[in-house]
Design a protein around this ligand. Structure first.
Ligand code: NDP
Length: 346
């Protein structure tokens, strides 16, 4: 079977591509330009050897333009759509909203027109499309929607924070009138495919490509790197902003199983593991590294006392996809080993 993966050079997308190749699938990776495609072919030859023969790329340009995916969807058996801007300081909201929403709508339009062979579409959403602001602890699940972010964005317009814009972009891509779930509702019967959405929390873990330096990591790992190895911040900052993480390899696994598992059709699935504050990663990292000089210290142990407000129920993904999510110490260990091999640790 051949699978189209959009955002194939991204943090999540590239792990999905590599896992698909390891599982024996043929992969068509959609990237912006031919240069990025050629670089990806080289990288995969180096990382995956012979298996890379089953990879081809397609250059699709900016995904907010009409018909971007018309050629890309032809003849594939399933589509995994990870491409979407993960940008927290856009110049204007439409820089994020348009590629997120029109990109999702566009790929579905292309499938409707040219994707008769496509049996399943998997769209990468996010827990930011699930959560909302809470004042008391709450456990969110697949029935929850962050509609408040869309209303807030409407109210704030160009003054909206980058995070708010990003949250709204993921909600709108997953269920705007024209995008993922609603598109399938409207075109029920016309589409040979069905839909699964995967909503990961903060994606952490080893990196699938070879960025020249940590400064070139994409958003979630750059944030993690800066938190662990950046300049020491106040102890308070390391116990603020509690969230949940998921290992990037589990996110890839969830996407691949979503195309392999019949029962995943029509399901929205949270992909998430432990809740954390940065202090938890610092403590785990300092335990693993013999001379942890480059690792911030904060106030060791303080993370354990944090009462998390937003928690997530990951039982549905575990049940349907038969997945066990890696816990924080394992992800921390493997990430540090990966960075060590890159010569990034002091
Ligand atoms: P990356 O920034 O590493 O990858 C994003 C990918 O999307 C890149 O391939 C990028 O191409 C492509 N892309 C973005 N905007 C456009 C555009 N306008 N036109 C064409 N291609 C575009 O992000 P991640 O891998 O971290 O994220 C992948 C998906 O996972 C996204 O949908 C994101 O919302 C979701 N997600 C990520 C989480 C995380 O913590 N990382 C958490 C939850 C969800 P290029 O390299 O050319 O810019």
């Amino acid at each position: 079977a051949k699978i189209l993966v959009t955002g194939a050079n991204g943090y999540v997308g590239l792990w999905v591509v590599r896992l698909l190749l390891q599982r024996g699938f043929a992969v068509r990776g959609a990237v912006r330009t031919a240069e990025k495609g050629a670089a990806l072919v080289k990288l995969l030859q180096y990382k995956e050897g012979e298996r890379a023969r089953a990879f081809e790329y397609v250059a699709v340009g900016d995904i907010d333009k009409d018909s971007a995916f018309d050629e890309a969807v032809k003849g594939v058996d399933a589509v995994i759509h990870t491409a979407s801007p993960v940008v927290m300081s856009p110049e204007k909201p439409s820089d994020v909203i348009d590629p997120a929403v029109k990109g999702t709508q566009g790929i579905l339009e292309s499938i409707l027109q040219y994707g008769q062979t496509v049996k399943r579409v998997v769209v990468t959403s996010s827990v930011v499309a699930v959560w909302s602001d809470v004042t008391a602890p709450r456990t969110f699940d697949e029935n929850d929607w962050n509609d408040a972010s869309v209303d807030e964005l409407k109210a704030q317009g160009d003054n909206a924070s980058g995070l708010l814009v990003y949250c709204a972009s993921k909600v709108l891509a997953e269920r705007d009138r024209l995008a993922a779930w609603d598109f399938f509702k409207t075109h029920k019967g016309d589409l040979p495919a069905d839909l699964t959405t995967i909503c990961p929390s903060m994606v952490i873990g080893p990196v699938a490509d070879d960025p020249a330096s940590p400064s070139l990591l994409t958003f979630s790992m750059k944030t993690w790197w800066d938190g662990v190895f950046g300049e020491e911040q106040t102890a308070d900052s390391y116990v603020a902003n509690g969230m949940s993480f998921v290992d990037v390899r589990d996110v890839a696994e969830a996407h691949v199983r979503a195309i392999e598992t019949e029962e995943a059709g029509g399901e929205r699935l949270l992909a998430t593991s432990d809740a954390y504050v940065m202090q938890d990663w610092l403590d785990a990292a300092r335990e693993l590294v013999s001379t942890p000089s480059g690792i911030a210290k904060g106030n060791p142990g303080a993370g354990k006392a944090v009462a998390h407000l937003r928690l997530y129920n990951n039982e549905k993904a575990m049940r349907i996809l038969k997945l066990q999510f890696k816990r924080l110490p394992e992800t921390c260990k493997d990430t540090l080993e990966d960075f060590e091999q890159r010569g990034w640790l002091k």
